[in-house]
Design a binder for this molecule. Structure first.
Ligand SMILES: [Zn+2]
Length: 436
């Protein structure tokens, strides 16, 4: 394959610089007061609209879009309301006017996230109270000097606060990165550094996320199994240690274990994601949207699936990987019981081998989901269901990946298709193993 798609990867790293400036604390006090006022005013102007039950016919099926009649909050967003809000807040603004704009934007983002949670039934109608002491800046209030690694933040016209990261430990890590909008706290300034780079995508791998392994399928590399057992056993060990510390009331030791576990988890994930991007360069990684799984089919989620979410930090794995490669998500619906050849959904789950009652297709269950996730992704991108699974699975190869020890990735043969001729390495760094 030549010439892939170009994708932009954005990476953000947050660092903080300690400060002590009474002017910043004063600003935060004002900011919180005015933010609360903005939130209150937006709250009072919410329009509650009824949303009625709705059922739609899709093909032969009837699909419930809205199950019950309920009230939906709509935030006031018209220009005249926003102008009135701004004018009112400006009456009490001893700072640069852009601070009021920063407040309004923060107020809207607070209200939007409340609205989302409300619609999902995760929070009630109670009025919001702003309590955390912070002030989110706007880019228009900042002047960044990349040569001297300095940020000048405007408080009032002609009055500034300056912070520098030139002698900070992370200065090297963010060389050439852009500074985003800073957040002021009483004792520190949080600075988001951003980098963007363009990568060329030529391959696809689809991952089935399991508790003890990531099972991938890629038409070029075949099947790949990534062992997550080291992560699981590490977490189990710490769970036990934390439980013991807790039962003895040793809070300090408990906290120490929490921190250590987090460090080791991060370390594992860094090695894992670096290993994956090295093994599979220029690749789109397709995962199931596990958050959606929780949300949509909470009742239906089998205990097996819930288990895989419990201990493995999927969210962090996806986040870290998306800093190094392109990550896309597909719906997890029926991925472990759809026949990849004819699309038939098989209700029963017996035995190690998946057998389609409708077309007779057979496949090892461990491989089924990743194939289906791969096909889902193709369909999402507009490719018709034309890939014959038997055709794309030719030359399959099982490899094991264990991110552990000093060398981040070790390759262990798991299983090789006995009939498959030469496995298609496709330029990937996969060792060939003799079939047993
Ligand atoms: Zn079938």
């Amino acid at each position: 394959m030549q010439g892939g798609l170009l994708k932009t990867l954005e990476q953000v790293k947050m660092y903080s610089i300690p400060t002590s400036d009474h002017r910043v604390s004063e600003l935060i006090t004002w900011y919180l007061g005015i933010l609360q006022r903005a939130v209150d005013i937006i709250w009072e102007n919410i329009e509650w609209r009824y949303r009625f039950p709705r059922i739609e016919g899709r093909g032969r099926k009837q699909v419930v879009i809205v199950p019950n009649k309920f009230k939906v909050p709509e935030l006031p967003k018209d220009k005249s309301f926003k102008k009135k809000l701004r004018d009112e807040l400006l009456l009490d603004c001893p700072y640069a006017k852009h601070w009021v704009d920063a407040v309004i934007r923060t107020a809207y983002s607070i209200m939007e996230s409340w609205r989302k949670r409300y619609l999902k039934g995760r929070t009630g109608k109670a009025k919001l109270r702003v309590e955390r002491r912070f002030a989110r800046c706007k880019i228009t209030l900042m002047k960044v000097n990349y040569e001297e690694k300095k940020i000048r933040i405007t408080l009032k016209p002609g009055e500034y606060v300056e912070v520098s990261w030139s002698s900070r430990w992370f200065a090297k890590r963010v060389e050439g990165w852009r500074v985003g909008e800073v957040v002021l706290k009483d004792d520190r300034v949080l600075i988001p550094f951003k980098s963007t780079r363009v990568i060329e995508v030529r391959n696809i791998i689809a991952w089935d996320s399991n508790e003890l392994s990531l099972d991938g399928f890629s038409p070029r590399a075949g099947f790949i199994r990534v062992d997550l057992k080291p992560l699981q056993s590490m977490k189990i060990t710490y769970e036990r240690k934390k439980r013991i510390a807790q039962s003895k009331g040793l809070k300090d030791i408990y906290e120490k274990y929490v921190a250590r576990e987090r460090n080791r988890e991060r370390d594992f994930i860094n090695k894992l994601t670096s290993g994956l991007t090295r093994l599979l360069p220029n690749t789109t990684h397709v995962f199931e949207d596990l958050e959606k799984e929780d949300l949509v089919c909470r009742k239906k989620t089998s205990s097996n699936r819930r288990k895989r979410n419990a201990r493995t930090p999927w969210k962090l794995i996806h986040k870290k990987l998306s800093e190094k490669a392109v990550v896309v998500k597909v719906s997890p619906k029926n991925t472990s019981r759809t026949c990849p050849r004819c699309g038939c959904i098989v209700k029963t789950r017996v035995g190690r081998v998946f057998k389609c009652p409708s077309c007779g297709f057979e496949l090892d269950r461990q491989k089924l989901a990743s194939i289906n996730i791969y096909l889902k992704h193709l369909r999402m991108r507009g490719f018709p269901h034309s890939d014959d699974p038997e055709k794309i699975m030719r030359g399959e190869l099982w490899v094991g990946v264990t991110p552990s020890g000093r060398s981040p990735v070790t390759w262990i043969p798991v299983k090789r298709d006995p009939e498959g001729g030469e496995a298609k390495g496709g330029g990937l760094d996969i060792k060939q193993h003799q079939a047993r």
